[in-house]
Structure formats: structure tokens, C-alpha cells
Design a protein around this ligand. Structure first.
Ligand SMILES: Cc1cc2nc3c(=O)[nH]c(=O)nc-3n(C[C@H](O)[C@H](O)[C@H](O)COP(=O)(O)OP(=O)(O)OC[C@H]3O[C@@H](n4cnc5c(N)ncnc54)[C@H](O)[C@@H]3O)c2cc1C
Length: 426
């Protein structure tokens, strides 16, 4: 139970005037084109209009997968939660995700060890592994129907890591206590029908429908009394001794003891963003073709730049993405959809000739990254009571789970021992 945050919520507005203020928010065009998830029905998440000032223990800003995991975790811990979103529930990047929920961080363990030191790198990788396992268990425990299936993952040799680099990486993972099997070119061809110089095979990753999962988590929070308001945009924060006042664009103020900013790739201006960048990425999904799929429907991703990655949906569509570009200009990004879809389709066909690679869906989106490939999670410097959660990179969903665990631990008064690795001070 959330001991020290329970109790009377006096208004921070009247309690303190030595407040810190922030007054701007960033708005991106997060995605363009219909993501494949729109082909499958998902439960609606009801959100009310915000007509007057309200007060709560915890305000979660952002109703994507990060906000959902946090709202679920905090209501389970007994907190009163309000969640808001300026677009509406599930309208941000979460709808565009390809939802390969993996513990394999974008930056290989052997490379990350050289950058931040072996101990920290191993901790980050192990924590990712734990987060995927915990998420899987939580989905089962809550009975959320989100087409979850446990998948192998194949990291195949490419222009970034060849056979030698992959062997070294597999070794580093095993030394950290993580199962990693190196497959020679022959073993890869015999078991998966893929012609590459080698691969690392990892178990225990999750394929799921992100819309169903996100909706399911919000609906669990709703059952426990959470309140959702949208469209509501947080425009400014004022922190004081008693908590935080959040101004909204339409006028009403939300007062909370704690605020969690889960705003995806659109950080509020109080959130430091050094080392972060926003790039562009493209994805296709084919028509269903269950019989043509590759063995075990393992996730496949190339150790290349630009990379290619793929998974299958429960009805046998192939989702394949990549072709990232460093720029975030939305008009330029959108203008490339046809060209990038054709390129991804061609690469898919080359790797897996049995697949009909023609796109049934093609979409593009903004994609946030950090230089280390790790998320940033923690109290915003100089804003006590305000947490920010930025589950950037290709493991955004895994990182959302880590964020929910860290925020919950912090708010319940038993801080997470790994929190320092992801904090703003790191
Ligand atoms: C094409 C693509 C493929 C991806 N593939 C994968 C993958 O395979 N595996 C994986 O783990 N991750 C993947 N990711 C990353 C993953 O999708 C993201 O990390 C994740 O969806 C982010 O969730 P979020 O809740 O933080 O952000 P969002 O879903 O964007 O939610 C944030 C919400 O905050 C709201 N908001 C912002 N500012 C304000 C404000 N001031 N006031 C009120 N509301 C506000 C927005 O409207 C938005 O709805 C992919 C991303 C993309 C784009």
C-alpha cells in the first residue's frame, strides 16, 4: 500500500508559492498511415471531458503503453490515479509499434560494456530480461487477451556484427547469465532456412497486440477507480511543498501529490533531453499467409545499419520494418512511405523467398532514441514529485515495464536498486 502518499491532499496551489514552472510542450506528428493493429478490434478505453479542477494522488500524463503500465501498477498498489492525454487513449506511438517485446537492447551487450562498463551493461541487460518475464506473468495474472505468444529471437549477421561479432556477443551474454545460443551459418540454414553467416538465438521474447494490451491495462486501472480524461493537454507544471499543480490547455487545473510524465517522444520542456534524438522509421504488414511463415515464427532482426526486423501476427501477417533515417521532418518522412515500403518488401523477399512480401499496410512514425539505447526514468531534476518516463529505442515496451516497476517502487517507498542506472543523473 502506498503509505506516505496517502492521506489528505491539500492544494499545492494554496500551500506554496515557491514553485517551479514550466510552460511549453512539444508536439510531433507521431505517425502516418494505418498501422496493422487497426485491422483487429480492441476494447475501447473511455475518457471523460475535464470540465473543472480535479485532485488525485498520482496524475499520469500520456495514455500510451507507458501510461497504461504505470496506471495499472499504481492502482494495484492502492494509489488514486488520473490519466490524461491530449489526443486520446492509444493515439500516439503505441498504435504504430511493431510490438516485438524483447530483452535484447538495441546496443549489444559487448558494445554497451565498452561504453558504460561491464557491470552496468550487464545489469541493464538482466533488468530487461526480467522486465519481459514480469510483463508476461502480469498479462497472464490479469487475464488480458492481447494475443501474447512467447517467441524465439534471431539476431542475424549483418554489416554491423558479422559472425565473429555475434560469437563475441553470445559469449558476453552467457557470461552475464543470459541464455544465448550461437548458430553457425549451417545451423541457421537448417533450422530456419535463412542464409546468413551466423546468428544468435534467444528465448523468451513476446509477440503481442499492443493496442489490446494497452487497453487491457487501462481497463484494469479503471476497475480500480482510475479516472481518465481526454483530450486534455498538460501545458505547465507548478511544484510546491504539497505536490504538483498541472495546468491544462482548456483551463482546469489538476492537483496531484505526484505526476508521472509518460508522454512518449514528446517530452515536456522541463524534461532534460540531452543525448536523445528523434528519427523516422517505416513498417509494412503483409496479408495473412500462415502457411508460408518461417519455422517457429521467431523474431528476426539484422545486425545491420540500416537494419531490417520482422515478426508474424497471430493470423499470419508478416510485419517487417526498418530503413530508419536520422531526420524527424514529418513531411519528408511521409513522402517516403511508398519508396521505403517497396524497399522493405524487397529486402523481406530476399531474406525469406517463400513470403509474399506485398504490403497490405504501410505506415511510418517518429522514433525516439538515446545514444546508449537505454531509457531514462526518474525524478525530473529540480522538480520533486515529477517523474518522467522515456522508454525510448527499439525496446520501448520492455522499457515501459521497467519504468512502471521503478515508479511504483519509488512511490511505495522502497526504491528500486537498479533505478540509478536509468536516472537523469546517470
Ligand atoms: C514504427 C515503430 C515501431 C516500434 N517497434 C517497437 C517494437 O517492436 N518493440 C518495442 O518495444 N518498441 C517499439 N517501438 C517503440 C514503442 O512503440 C514506444 O516506445 C512506445 O509505444 C512508447 O509508448 P509511450 O506510451 O511512451 O508513448 P505514446 O504511445 O506516444 O503515448 C504518449 C502519449 O502522451 C500524449 N501526450 C504527449 N504530450 C502530452 C501532454 N503535454 N499532455 C497530454 N498528453 C500528452 C500523447 O498524445 C501520446 O498519446 C516502435 C515505435 C515505432 C514508432
Amino acid at each position: 500500500m502506498a503509505s506516505h502518499l496517502h492521506g489528505r491532499l491539500s492544494s499545492p496551489r494554496v500551500a506554496s508559492r515557491h514553485a517551479a514552472r514550466s510552460g511549453t510542450t512539444r508536439k510531433l506528428d507521431l505517425r502516418t498511415g494505418p498501422p496493422v493493429w487497426t485491422a483487429y478490434p480492441a476494447p475501447a478505453v473511455p475518457a471523460a471531458r475535464l470540465k473543472r479542477d480535479v485532485r488525485t494522488e498520482v496524475l499520469v500524463v500520456g495514455m500510451g503503453i507507458s501510461g497504461a503500465m504505470i496506471a495499472e501498477a499504481l492502482t494495484a498498489a492502492g494509489f488514486a490515479v488520473i490519466a490524461i492525454d491530449r489526443r486520446g487513449p492509444l493515439q500516439g506511438s503505441t498504435l504504430a509499434t511493431t510490438a516485438l517485446v524483447e530483452y535484447e537492447i538495441d546496443v549489444p551487450l559487448s558494445v554497451l560494456s565498452r561504453t558504460i562498463g561491464r557491470q552496468k551493461a550487464e545489469t541493464a541487460w538482466r533488468r530487461s530480461r526480467l522486465a519481459v518475464a514480469n510483463l508476461s506473468a502480469r498479462i497472464d495474472e490479469l487475464g488480458i487477451a492481447c494475443e501474447k505468444s512467447v517467441r524465439l529471437s534471431l539476431l542475424i549477421a549483418g554489416n554491423r556484427l558479422g559472425a565473429g561479432g555475434l560469437r563475441e556477443e553470445a559469449e558476453a551474454r552467457r557470461a552475464a547469465g543470459l541464455y544465448a545460443e550461437y548458430l553457425t551459418a549451417g545451423a541457421l540454414r537448417d533450422r530456419f532456412g535463412i542464409a546468413r553467416a551466423g546468428a544468435i538465438l534467444s528465448p523468451g521474447n513476446l509477440a503481442l497486440d499492443p493496442r489490446k494490451l494497452t487497453a487491457g491495462l487501462f481497463l484494469k486501472a479503471l476497475e480500480r477507480g482510475a479516472r481518465f480524461y481526454a483530450p486534455v493537454e498538460a501545458t505547465a507544471l507548478e511544484t510546491g511543498r504539497e505536490g504538483v499543480d498541472v495546468a491544462t490547455r482548456a483551463g482546469p487545473v489538476i492537483s496531484a501529490r505526484r505526476v508521472v510524465l509518460a508522454t512518449g517522444y514528446e517530452p515536456m520542456s522541463i524534461v532534460p533531453t540531452e543525448g536523445h534524438s528523434v528519427a523516422s522509421t517505416w513498417v509494412i504488414a503483409t496479408r495473412p499467409q500462415k502457411r508460408a511463415l518461417w519455422p517457429e515464427e521467431a523474431f528476426i532482426w539484422e545486425a545491420s545499419d540500416p537494419y531490417l526486423y520482422m515478426r508474424a501476427t497471430v493470423d499470419g501477417r508478416v510485419i517487417c520494418g526498418g530503413e530508419d533515417e536520422d531526420f524527424s521532418d514529418e513531411a519528408a518522412r511521409d513522402a517516403l512511405i511508398d519508396e521505403k515500403a517497396a524497399r522493405i518488401s524487397e529486402k523481406l523477399s530476399k531474406l525469406l523467398p517463400a513470403i509474399d512480401p506485398r504490403p497490405d499496410f504501410a505506415w511510418t512514425g517518429a522514433f525516439g532514441m538515446t545514444s546508449m539505447g537505454l531509457p531514462v526514468i526518474g525524478t525530473v531534476p529540480r522538480y520533486p514529485g515529477v517523474h518522467a518516463v522515456m522508454g525510448y529505442s527499439g525496446n520501448g515496451i520492455t522499457f515501459s515495464r521497467i519504468a512502471a516497476e521503478i515508479v511504483r517502487a519509488d512511490l511505495t517507498g522502497s526504491p528500486d536498486t537498479d533505478a540509478v542506472l536509468f536516472s537523469f543523473d546517470t
